[in-house]
Design a protein around this ligand. Structure first.
Ligand code: ADP
Ligand code: MG
Length: 308
């Protein structure tokens, strides 16, 4: 009997082992099934989320579009009123009509910007790339902003490096980005100079912002240069803490102090500019010091260096 006990114990152990094994396997299976169910649920939720988000963007795009038509009518008719087409305005009427025009123009600008954002979010903003010679392109934009610069008693300085490679990009979008940055530079600078600079930066340069640093092609022959177009000002500057905030929708620093004047902003120019730049395969970044000025840089992928 004594020598049978260990053998019995052995069988008992085997039995317990088997039961534990079966239990563990069943637990595993159950958990795996539950995990599978959860991941299916999550997948469903995420497609639903994408669908709803797209619907929201499309709704916004449609609404903005519908808002534009009556707004254009308002702006148009107020213009005619101001021009005296319906009779000369009395001095008492001129003030309110001007206020209507300022508000309607602001509203139209806001609606335009929301439409742009909504289109981008819905993936409906198209990119029409074409080869662009940056020299005349930037000169043209600069000459458009020059009257505004002179009016504000500021100076405009251009520094376009001579060996700029061509870029293939969407001219309308790039123009909008640069005009937004120049508009801001003029708006937030009380004295000094607005500088526009453009240069080519090697694809391996450490100054490239994080987002665009990993170049898809690592072979030396295909490393793309980046084009950096900078708009620098000697204006009020942006503190370190606010530098990422200004790229968020509707964010304005000190929005309160600007009142409801005609050139009150929307807080959408920078977010749109950054999204547009990213749509073009680049980015917009900022360097700034409070009270000293700001430098905004538009990064664009250049054409790969030509093999001679
Ligand atoms: N060049 C600049 N210098 C100082 N502050 C700036 C400059 N550009 C933008 N900002 C700040 O970033 C905010 C967001 O800019 P933006 O999106 O263009 O909106 P806004 O319609 O107010 O110009 C501005 O309200 C301003 O506070
Ligand atoms: Mg702006």
């Amino acid at each position: 009997m004594l020598d049978q006990l260990p053998a019995g114990l052995g069988w008992v152990l085997v039995g317990v082992g088997a039961i534990v094994f079966v239990y563990v396997v069943r637990r595993f299976r159950m958990q795996a099934r539950r995990l599978q169910e959860r991941s299916r649920e999550l997948e469903h939720l995420s497609t639903e989320l994408i669908r709803v988000n797209k619907m929201k963007s499309e709704f916004l795009a449609n609404v903005s579009h519908e808002l534009r038509t009556p707004l254009n009518a308002i702006v148009g008719f107020v213009d005619l009123l101001r021009e005296g087409v319906y009779g000369e305005l009395t001095p008492k009427q001129a003030g309110p009509v001007e206020r209507i025009e300022a508000s309607a123009t602001h509203l139209r600008h806001l609606v335009d910007q929301i439409l742009d954002l909504a289109k981008m979010a819905a993936g409906r903003l198209e990119v029409h790339s074409e080869p662009i010679d940056l020299h005349p392109f930037i000169l043209d934009i600069a000459s458009e902003i020059e009257p505004l610069v002179t009016e504000r008693k500021l100076y405009l300085s251009l520094a376009l490096s001579s060996g700029l490679p061509r870029v293939r990009t969407d001219a309308t979008h790039l123009r909008q980005i640069i005009l937004n940055l120049l508009g801001n530079a003029v708006k937030y600078t009380n004295s000094g100079t607005i500088s526009v600079r453009a240069r080519s930066v090697p694809g391996t340069d450490p100054v490239l912002p994080g987002l665009i640093k990993p170049s898809q092609d690592t072979t030396a022959a295909t490393v793309r240069p980046w084009i950096a177009i900078q708009v620098a000002d000697t204006g009020i500057g942006i503190s370190k803490n606010d530098q990422s905030r200004v790229f968020e929708e509707f964010e304005q620093i000190d929005a309160g102090s600007r009142g409801d004047s005609m050139n009150r902003g929307t807080g959408l120019g920078l977010p749109i500019s950054r999204r547009l730049a990213r749509l073009l395969g680049g980015d917009v970044t900022v360097e700034s010091e409070l009270g000293k000025g700001s430098t905004f840089t538009v990064w664009l992928p250049g054409e790969p260096a030509q093999q001679a």
